[in-house]
Structure formats: structure tokens, C-alpha cells
Design a protein around this ligand. Structure first.
Ligand SMILES: Cc1cc2nc3c(=O)[nH]c(=O)nc-3n(C[C@H](O)[C@H](O)[C@H](O)COP(=O)(O)OP(=O)(O)OC[C@H]3O[C@@H](n4cnc5c(N)ncnc54)[C@H](O)[C@@H]3O)c2cc1C
Length: 426
């Protein structure tokens, strides 16, 4: 293992041997790599970019204890009429994509019933709990603890939405998730620098956040490298089973491994298609833009404007404003309509300066039931799938990866992985 472990630029190296090749160095892949290494396996982590450069870079950095309700829950039906005209900041949809992917859309909507929602909330609660435990442990071990804020997450309503907030609070309480109901004065006490536009707030007290999700993933990757793991920077072209091993074909070489973990986030389905897997993964695209903060008007925590359909988070570079969902092809050209709609609203809540850098776009990878795939590929021994973590992948990455490492080692994961079985779709 020579060369720079963070770049893998060590010249042409072919036929690297490892127990496990983890493909994709987003939060999910880095986590699988750390956990497999902790079990004493030899691990190569492959990515065409630096660790934590894609979806795991651009998210809102919320480590959410309370995001157990997926987007396709019963209240989606009430909201649907407001989405039809395709002008809502919460959801934009491409009609051509929708027709081409009507099967995914119908299956996604079919899950938005009360009876389909509670079991998924239970499943996500287990995954989230296990993940937050790992995040808190690893962020300290990786020397990135100063990036972690234990200040909660504020969901806020401009209208008198006390009933909706109480309903949410009650549902969360059934799972032991704490929150505090706030009125305008309490919100001002909590966030003294925002304009008092919100009438009602729900503070998720057990939720944390970080000031740079990309830097946290980088720190985790450094921790993996320091434990003897290898990071290879290269494009993965294909995978194939050769006897008892997997051959991972890279653009500049190859890896031979007993186990392969596919953790390529929104790109995962592409690699699996040649193996005969039709993976029903859609892309809930989202955008962010960062703005120079006003040092006299700082935010203490991420704020989710429930009716404005955006989130704003204090980040290392400035205030990061993130958007709702754009349902379209993963690689379709960007549309800044949602950002254009929400940035003025955010400016009306807290004063900030000019934009820092360009708008960013990413794709939340989502299955019709909004649960990730965590487990063995049904028809290939030694092939493991860990992707589809939708809106909460930065939160759920660690336990998703650790569960895969446990299963490879023949151990039982720390939460119930059955609802996440790849066999439900493949
Ligand atoms: C706007 C927005 C806001 C969000 N906010 C939050 C939040 O606040 N909290 C939260 O928990 N989650 C949030 N998410 C979701 C979260 O970011 C994702 O679910 C998560 O980052 C997915 O991680 P991943 O490791 O699966 O994928 P990625 O981070 O995308 O990693 C996949 C990796 O695979 C690599 N790759 C792909 N193809 C190849 C190839 N052929 N060869 C080599 N490498 C390849 C890529 O370079 C990439 O590094 C948000 C998402 C968006 C878009």
C-alpha cells in the first residue's frame, strides 16, 4: 500500500487483492470500509473522486433522530393537488420522466398509506438510532468533534400550525423521540437573530448537525486509511464473478476481492444492470447554495421552513440553503427554479451576504418504499448492496455500512435489517 492514501495516485497497480472492495466513498461506503477494517479484513475503498465529494458533500448536514417518516406518508395525498401545476418549491417533476418511470411513481404513492408507513418508520427508527451512535463515536475518534453541534433541529411554520406540530410531536413521542413545541417568543429566544416570521416551531432536541458533511466524511476516510485501509482513486467500470472472487475492473487496473460492496449512491443501479438486476432507484434531486454569513446574525442550528419548503443551515463556508425535491433523470440539466423561489424567503428569515461559489446539485437515491437496500444481492455470493438512503443518507450511512460489514463477517447487525433486504425488489 504505497502512495498517498487519500488520492491513491500510486502509479499503475493492477490486481490488488483484498478481502473486501468497497465501491463508492460517500458516507455509506466509507462507513462500510471502516467497519470491515475494524473486523480485521483487508479493505480497498474505491472512488473516482475524493471521499465525500458527491451527495455526501452537498447535503444539509442534519443528523436527524426524528426523520423516521418518509416522504411517501399519508399526508402526501393532501399535498398532491398543490404539486400538479409544477410550481411548488417542495416538489418539481418532469412530465416526460414521470411517464417513463410511472411504475416507480405508482409504487412510491402506493406506500403512502398509514398501514405502510408505520412499519417503515419503525425500520428507519432502528437504522437511525444505530447510526447516530456510530456518528457520535466516530466523529470523536476521527478528530472532527468540533464540527458536531448538539443544538437540535428546528422545524418551523409561518401559519398557526399547532395542530400539525402536535401531531408530529405525538407520533415521534411514540418512538421515544423528544421534541419541544415552541411559540413565536420561544423561537426568538432560541434563535435570537432571525426575523420572527414563524408562529410555531418543533425543536427536535436529540438531532445534531455538522458544519461540513463533506469534511466529516473526509475525516472518516482518513481514520479508515490510518487503520490500514487502502483508498484507491479510480473509476469503476464493471464487476464480474471469477470463481470464488470478484473482479473489479477499474479504468486503470483491477481489484480482486472476496466480497464487493456496492455503495455508489445514485450511481449504484448502473453497475448492477449488466449482472441482470433491474434496480428501481429514482432520483430526488436537490440543490444548495451558500451565502456569506452576517457575523452579527448567526444561526445556531438548521432550520426547516415547513411551508417555504427549504432548509437553511449554518456551515463552515456560510449559510447553506437547500431545496426540496426535483423528480427527473439523474443527469438532466439543472433547473434553478426551486433555489430562485426559496432564497428570497430565506433572506427574509435571516440576513446574509452574497453567494459563495456556484449552486450545487445532487441526487437523493430513493426506492419506492423510501427504505435503503442493505444486504446481500440475491443471486450473487459475495456481492453486497448498500444504497438508496434517500433524504437521510448522511444520518443513516454509518449503520448502513456497519451492517454490511457485520453480515460479511457472519455477525448480526445492531438493528433489524430485514426491512432493508435487497430481495424485496431484486
Ligand atoms: C439537497 C440535499 C440535502 C440533504 N440533506 C441531508 C441531511 O441534512 N441529512 C441527511 O442525513 N441526509 C441528507 N441528504 C441525503 C444524503 O446526502 C444522501 O442520502 C447520502 O449522501 C448518500 O450517500 P451515499 O454514500 O449513498 O452516496 P454518495 O455520497 O453520492 O457517494 C457515492 C460515491 O460513489 C462514487 N461513484 C459513483 N460512480 C462511480 C464509479 N463508476 N466509479 C467510482 N466511483 C463512483 C461517487 O464519486 C460518490 O463519491 C441530502 C441530500 C440532498 C441532495
Amino acid at each position: 500500500m504505497s502512495g498517498n492514501p487519500m488520492t491513491g495516485r500510486a502509479g499503475a497497480r493492477t490486481d490488488v487483492q483484498a478481502d473486501v472492495a468497497v465501491l463508492g466513498a460517500g458516507i455509506v461506503g466509507v462507513s462500510a470500509a471502516i467497519a470491515a477494517r475494524q473486523q480485521g479484513m483487508s479493505v480497498v475503498l474505491v472512488d473516482r473522486r475524493e471521499p465525500g465529494s458527491e451527495t455526501s458533500y452537498g447535503n444539509a448536514g442534519v443528523l436527524s433522530s426524528g426523520s423516521i417518516l418518509p416522504l411517501n406518508k399519508p399526508s402526501l395525498w393532501r399535498a398532491l393537488p398543490s404539486y400538479i401545476a409544477n410550481r411548488h418549491a417542495a416538489l418539481r417533476w418532469d412530465p416526460a420522466w414521470t411517464i417513463r418511470n410511472i411504475d416507480w411513481v405508482v409504487r412510491f404513492l402506493a406506500n403512502a398509506t398509514a398501514s405502510q408507513t408505520r412499519p417503515r418508520a419503525t425500520a428507519l427508527h432502528g437504522l437511525i438510532g444505530a447510526s447516530l451512535k456510530l456518528h457520535r463515536e466516530w466523529i470523536a475518534k476521527a478528530g472532527a468533534a468540533p464540527r458536531l453541534r448538539e443544538t437540535g433541529w428546528l422545524k418551523a411554520w409561518r401559519s398557526d400550525a399547532t395542530k400539525a406540530a402536535k401531531l408530529e410531536q405525538g407520533f415521534l413521542a411514540e418512538f421515544g423521540i423528544n421534541s419541544e413545541l415552541l411559540d413565536r417568543q420561544a423561537i426568538s429566544a432560541l434563535e435570537p437573530h432571525i426575523v420572527p416570521v414563524y408562529k410555531v416551531g418543533l425543536l427536535h432536541t436529540q438531532t445534531a448537525s455538522v458544519d461540513s458533511p463533506g469534511a466529516v466524511v473526509e475525516a472518516y476516510a482518513r481514520m479508515f486509511a490510518a487503520s490500514g485501509g487502502e483508498i484507491r482513486r479510480s473509476e469503476v467500470n464493471a464487476i464480474a464473478r471469477h470463481g470464488e472472487r470478484w473482479h473489479v475492473a477499474l479504468v486503470d487496473g483491477a481489484i480482486s476481492a472476496r466480497h464487493v460492496v456496492v455503495a455508489l449512491g445514485p450511481w449504484s443501479a448502473d453497475l448492477l444492470r449488466p449482472l441482470g438486476y433491474r434496480v428501481p432507484l429514482a432520483f430526488e434531486r436537490g440543490y444548495h447554495r451558500e451565502f456569506r454569513p452576517n457575523p452579527a446574525r448567526t444561526l445556531q442550528r438548521p432550520i426547516h421552513d415547513a411551508e417555504g419548503s427549504f432548509l437553511m443551515t449554518p456551515m463552515e463556508q456560510g449559510v447553506r440553503v437547500t431545496t426540496g425535491v426535483e423528480l427527473t433523470a439523474r443527469d438532466a440539466p439543472s433547473s434553478l427554479a426551486q433555489l430562485d423561489a426559496v432564497v428570497p424567503l430565506a433572506r427574509g428569515v435571516v440576513e446574509f451576504g452574497e453567494a459563495v461559489g456556484e449552486p450545487w446539485r445532487g441526487s437523493r437515491p430513493t426506492f419506492p418504499d423510501s427504505l435503503p437496500m442493505i444486504g446481500a444481492a440475491p443471486r450473487h455470493r459475495g456481492l453486497w448492496l448498500a444504497f438508496g438512503n434517500q433524504h437521510i443518507g448522511f444520518t443513516t450511512g454509518p449503520a448502513s455500512g456497519a451492517a454490511i460489514a457485520a453480515m460479511i463477517g457472519g455477525a448480526t447487525p445492531s438493528f433489524d435489517v430485514r426491512p432493508f433486504s435487497p430481495g424485496r425488489y431484486l
